[in-house]
Write a protein that binds this ligand. Structure first.
Ligand code: ADP
Length: 173
């Protein structure tokens, strides 16, 4: 499974792939961080389509077109806000990754790029989030042929180091 997961440092809005994932909020009407960057790069038609979706629950996902982005689709998922760990944060974060991969597969996506969901303004502890992300992606890929390739696009070197470490620690082949 490891050969189908890669970790890079970069800007997710520049990635050429079938779908990029947006670490959105439940309104799906835009925000700061990666959400703001994706809306700026995609142009106003993305917000117009998002308005037709009436939000999304934490841990679930909804798909739109990519508009001016190089990616064909954007998969929007609201990650959990970290409240200390006793509000189901870990299960909700795993659900984000699974929901996005299910939507990607259902829409014929072979290449999918994720940002580090919830580790920005939502303050999920980075190493724990990276472990959950890599384990959940690997478990999905072990039982599904698509997507063929999943890329974690990390904005900074500290985030990349955490995902590199989580991938190296993966016990699956
Ligand atoms: P959340 O609200 O889910 O915590 P944030 O957008 O605040 O989402 O942060 C999630 C991660 O996305 C952080 O690691 C942040 O540095 C990163 N990020 C911000 N802009 C980009 C971008 N253009 N491409 C990839 N990652 C980004």
């Amino acid at each position: 499974m490891k050969d189908r997961i890669q970790v890079i440092q970069g800007d997710i809005t520049r990635q050429i792939c079938d779908a990029i994932v947006n670490a959105a909020n439940t309104s799906l009407l835009g925000g700061g961080g990666v959400d703001g960057a994706i809306h700026r790069a995609a142009g106003p038609d993305l917000l117009a389509e998002c308005r037709t979706l009436y939000g999304c629950e934490t841990g679930k996902a909804k798909i739109t077109k990519g508009y001016r982005l190089p990616a064909r689709y954007v998969i929007h998922t609201p990650g959990p806000i970290w409240h200390g760990g006793d509000r189901n944060e870990s299960a909700l974060l795993a659900s984000c990754y699974r929901s996005c991969l299910e939507l990607a597969e259902a829409n014929g996506c072979q290449t999918v790029c994720f940002p580090s969901i919830s580790t920005g303004v939502y303050h999920f502890p980075l190493n724990q989030a990276a472990g959950i992300a890599i384990e959940t992606i690997a478990a999905f890929l072990a039982s599904h042929a698509a997507p063929a390739q999943v890329t974690m696009v990390c904005f900074d070197s500290r985030t990349k180091a955490a995902y590199d470490q989580a991938l190296a620690a993966l016990t699956r082949p």
